[in-house]
Design a protein around this ligand. Sequence first.
Ligand code: SAM
Length: 318
Amino acid sequence: MIDTYGRNVTYLRLSVTELCNLRCRYCMPPEGICKRAHDDMLTEEEMTDAVRAAAALGITKVRITGGEPLVKPNILSICRRVSRVEGIRETALTTNAVRLPEMAAPLREAGIHRVNISLDTLDGQKYAFITRVGRLKDALAGIEAALAAGFDKVKINTVLIGGFNDDEVPALAALTMKWPVDVRFIELMPMPGSAFSGKAEAFVPAGRVLEMLPNMEPVREHDGVARLYRLPGACGSVGLISPLSSHFCAECSRLRLTADGFLKPCLHSREEICIKGMDREEMTEAMRKAILMKPGQHEALSATEGSRAARAMNRIGG
Ligand code: SAM
């Protein structure tokens, strides 16, 4: 469906849980989050109905996210149902990879085409620091499992954090030489609940990656909002995603649905529409309204000016 600003909205980010087995400092508060009552969250049936409603409006791609989608006990069933909805051509999933060693092959069988894996460092101590509770070896085993499972694409997402991992840009980009993966560097966003919000020194513009890797060549392929480059001889591309230094609102084709049933027309706005308890027709109407509510662009966002979103990332779905 075309929105008020002529953008074709084709992509739904479906958050299936707010819970996570990690506690990334830029994503959620240290204590994690309170487990909410079951009745407050979308059921599997409601999620499937929401995807059917989205498909009726022309959405063709769904990304399942969270929180951590792989901690959701019925995740395989959700993936199976979402990927089979008529009109959905691509079903992707974003994960921290910790549970991929046992889940990668079943996810592939359940219809997941692509996985994005979050990995911010290759140093075990830094990984434990940024995730507060995680072990690097679990994430690396998860990446290997994803590669073995034969997904159409495996991408690694790294949030650039000044003074934390900016010195690791060459090593992280070099993963594209070792594995058939794309590595994407994402600018840190000042989200509610982030330990780095208001800390200007933590913000690194994605363009800095180009200064650090001068031998990269631009790639002409299109990959959503990422600008793509490639190291000579690499199997995969290096992508730069710059929500702050060069926001991509003009190309935004996304609608988000939170695990508690709120449609978010824009990541950085407070506006939400609740669809919990609606039937499919009502959901379709709510989605139409949400698409028409998408702003032309979000309000000013900078390293120190926080997002207007009312929720931490784990409660939105990244
Ligand atoms: N648990 C999964 C994972 O770790 O990928 C999925 C959810 S996580 C919220 C999804 C993505 O959001 C991750 O790639 C993470 O790096 C990104 N993210 C979370 N907070 C962010 C922030 N403040 N700035 C930029 N990216 C952020």
